[in-house]
Design a binder for this molecule. Sequence first.
Ligand code: AMP
Length: 469
Amino acid sequence: MTPKKKISKLIKKPLTQKKGIMKDMEPKPQEKLVALPKGNLKEVRLVRGMKDIMPEDEKYWRHIYRTAESLADTAYFERIETPIMEYTPIFSRAVGENTDIVEKEMFSFTDRGGDDVTLRPEGTAGVVRAYVEHGMINRPQPVKLWYFGPFFRYDRPQSGRQRQFYQFGCEVIGDSHPVIDAQMIAMASEFFKRLGLPVTLQVNSIGDKESRVAYGRALMDFLKPHRHKIDKELLEHYKKTPLRLLDVKDEELQLILDNAPQIVDYLTPQANQHFVKVLEHLDELDVSYQLNSKIVRGLDYYSHTTFEVMPDGADKKLHALGGGGRYDKLVELFGGREDIGACGFALGIERIITLMKEMNLPVPERKPPEVFLAQLGDKARQKAIKILHELQRAGFHVAETFSKEALKSQMEIANRLHVTFTLIIGQKEMIDDTVLIRDMENGIQEVVDSRKIVAELRKRIGGTNGEHH
Ligand code: AMP
């Protein structure tokens, strides 16, 4: 057993002098109130690799979020949102020093107080940190958690790779049973079914440490006769973690590795038994999958089951939509109890949206507002504002352009928005304390007592209480 370490012990203080940093970061006096120079648009742009999520795409985000939420809710997962920033060692220790993420892709910096912090490149490390820090071990196990939020990797921006991207993730912590692995794979599969995206789940086992050591040796032996064809630095770099070679994006190396021995043949009896059980459960759950011995996931914390979600018809250019697996040693690494089994997955939202668009998959459209409020004159405007709040409180979706004076231009906007009803408050209606309700489909108008407007709309909009989204 490795000695338990407190999280605080993992965090080394950087050598940089605090004062020096603070001084550097203080705004210089002349900068304080100076606006950007006029006409200089260079600074008025996105940070490289970041993207705005524009209203045009909102329907996708809304639909995917709701699908994720309902999937997690119905499986009785609880939402957790950890901060987007953690002390750097949380990631460097969990993900592993010798990984692409830690070596090349972390958004790390020293904050004003001199602490080394990193914008989270993935979700599991933060969730496990929270599990340990909040003593979630004392809750009924396993703890089932889900999250949905932004992640950051300082990667070269290209198609399918942004520096800020979103993930939906689920984690089950506190259980080592193989049925959990199968359930997590089934859950990821179900998510794509609900979105209507055809995917294939590629599944593998990287076993326990003993299995990996045995396989690492076999892999290096296999590569020996091919050494002259492989980049020396690459071999040197992955000397201690040969499994990761299976993940390296190098076509020639991958061709050689196509004939390499497979890790499943090197699993210890216990690791093999675990994997067989996972596959049996998957069959019982009627989840289709492919075995792929190259799915090793480039992170240190995985053991046993690993899996990735590939879009169907995937040629080599298409990226994985998500991935996950078992990570039985992470809780212990963060100073928690030994051998707290855990398993999870994370799915990339932007890649999912790209694919949904390419495939023209239907997503629920945001419906037009039910009501438009038009008014004529200052007094009517004041009354309209009151009615607006009353309608909104009652749950109706209401549009208006109160700054416009002319009724004609207000009606034009109502038409353009395809609203169901327009309410008109003119001078006559002000005197009578009424509202004119116009059915926009057939143009029929009726006068309604303004105190009964909510009831009248409820009647006409079919008792939905305005909840139409
Ligand atoms: P990973 O843990 O690296 O396999 O990431 C899980 C999923 O997150 C991937 O399958 C992608 O869908 C998504 N993802 C990872 N990195 C990026 C990125 N730089 N830009 C967009 N999506 C990403």
